[in-house]
Design a protein around this ligand. Structure first.
Ligand code: M21
Length: 143
């Protein structure tokens, strides 16, 4: 459901401010996390992988080996309205993406590839939020 994914994205994106310094992700590379869902978004910068790693750690969603913590991720998604309709699907999708990219030993690069795989999987399943929806909510929150 695209509404749920919108809420999870905006919630997760709140950690971006905390993680800019640590991840070295400059504002011109990504001013707001929801740009992740743009059609022309490029998964090229290692710093973005580092930022997603930091943001995940901020919400306690990573294990010691820097893989998704299934239980905590499930709980995190369920903390958003109607999160229970997507949590299992998201956890399973991220897990499959992790398995596909397990050979990449460098955490920031692997997490960047996992994130790209996750986005593609969401688009195939029709659960990726539209930019229109994200922008509208983001502007409302800022006002
Ligand atoms: C749903 C909102 C945003 C999602 C963004 C990034 C999702 C990236 C998943 C990667 C998780 C990292 C797991 C480590 O292997």
């Amino acid at each position: 459901d695209v509404e749920v994914m919108k809420d999870v994205t905006l919630g997760f994106g709140e950690a971006l401010q905390h993680c800019r310094e640590e991840s070295q992700l400059s504002e011109d590379k990504m001013e707001e996390f929801f740009h992740f869902w743009r059609d022309d978004f490029k998964f090229e910068d290692r710093e973005l992988g580092c930022a997603i790693k930091c943001m995940s750690a901020h919400f306690n969603l990573l294990t010691d080996s820097h893989r998704m913590h299934h239980e905590n991720t499930d709980k995190f998604i369920k903390s958003f309205p109607n999160g229970e309709v997507l949590s299992q699907q998201m956890v399973q999708l991220i897990h499959e993406c992790e398995q596909q990219h397990d050979a990449e030993a460098e955490h920031c690069w692997r997490i960047l590839r996992v994130a790209e795989c996750f986005k593609l999987g969401c688009q195939r399943r029709g659960i990726a939020p539209t930019m229109e929806l994200l922008m509208a909510e983001f502007i409302m929150e800022a006002e």
